[in-house]
Design a binder for this molecule. Structure first.
Ligand SMILES: Nc1ncnc2c1ncn2[C@@H]1O[C@H](COP(=O)(O)OP(=O)(O)OP(=O)(O)O)[C@@H](O)[C@H]1O
Length: 272
């Protein structure tokens, strides 16, 4: 990955003080070659800083390039050019202290819940008594105590996603990457998961990048919303969500909340 040939900067996001930021993204650009041989620009000139301990949502319409950007940050894909640094290091591959949650829980059906949660510790060769203790603590935190020995097929979709969250957190990641983690859940379960994630953040303090196309989800959960335009993704708005913590369901009806939803809707071009 090389630096962009130009340094034209998207308006909005603060990009100063970079040496202290947890994540630093500069002029990130990605092109794919289509079957037809024509290039497809998925991401164009994305620059912003990710402050330590914050939850930043990447909000944008379907197909705009959110997952592509997240994959680059995760080290699962390479930008065509641009700078992608986490803690001062250029990201070239997934790091052991990254955690992932996807739209599907993807639990291994032949393993029980506890062994699914402990899987990253096996890969990292750290599956010991302390790891098991932490896994059990996490399962308790997400309300899955008593289901340690259950198979994934015995859990509801929401319960599976709670277990997937524990699996992502068991190795105490410094960076949590979430790609529409609640997108497949019904609305009530999704709202429960929002409160759970906020609760978990207080305990883990992992810096989090959260992909979503739900405006209200982004406002409820985030410290910052980076709103992407339609493809190619550019930063349409950089929204600091100055809502107080703890965030509780009543906040969803607050004028400040709906004001932020409105602003995000304008960025996405769905309202004026
Ligand atoms: N490996 C690839 N090869 C070619 N094109 C790709 C590849 N990956 C993604 N794209 C294209 O890049 C664009 C952005 O895709 P991406 O999955 O990042 O969007 P998204 O915003 O995450 O969408 P959604 O919200 O629907 O998941 C799409 O047009 C997609 O077809």
């Amino acid at each position: 990955m090389v630096a962009a040939p130009t340094s034209s900067q998207s308006a909005g996001p603060p990009v100063g003080g970079s040496s202290r930021s947890f994540g630093r993204f500069r002029n990130v650009h990605q092109e794919f070659l289509q079957e037809s041989g024509k290039p497809l620009v998925a991401i164009e000139d994305i620059s912003f800083d990710l402050a330590e301990g914050t939850l930043v949502s990447l909000l944008g319409p379907s197909g705009c390039g959110k997952t592509s950007f997240l994959k680059i940050v995760a080290g699962l894909a390479e930008a065509t050019y641009g700078i992608v640094e986490i803690r001062g290091q250029q990201v070239t591959r997934p790091q052991p202290d990254f955690g992932f949650v996807f739209q599907q829980a993807n639990l291994m059906p032949w393993r029980n819940v506890l062994d699914n949660v402990l899987f990253p510790m096996e890969i990292l060769r750290r599956k010991d008594a302390a790891a098991k203790r932490r896994a059990l603590e996490l399962l308790a935190l997400v309300g899955l105590s008593g289901f340690e020995n259950a198979r994934p097929s015995q859990l509801s979709g929401g319960m599976q996603q709670r277990a997937a969250l524990c699996r992502a957190l068991v190795h105490e990641p410094k960076l949590l990457l979430m790609d529409e983690p609640f997108g497949a859940l019904d609305e009530l379960t999704r709202m429960e998961m929002h409160d759970l994630l906020l609760q978990i953040r207080k305990v883990t303090n992992a810096t989090t990048l959260f992909v979503t196309h739900s405006i209200s989800e982004a406002v409820y959960l985030s410290d910052v919303i980076v709103a992407f335009s339609k493809r190619p993704a550019r930063i349409a708005d950089y929204i600091e969500v100055d809502l107080p913590y703890p965030r509780t369901p009543a906040l969803r009806y607050d004028a400040a909340f709906t004001g932020l939803e409105h602003r995000a809707g304008i960025a996405l071009g769905i309202t004026r």
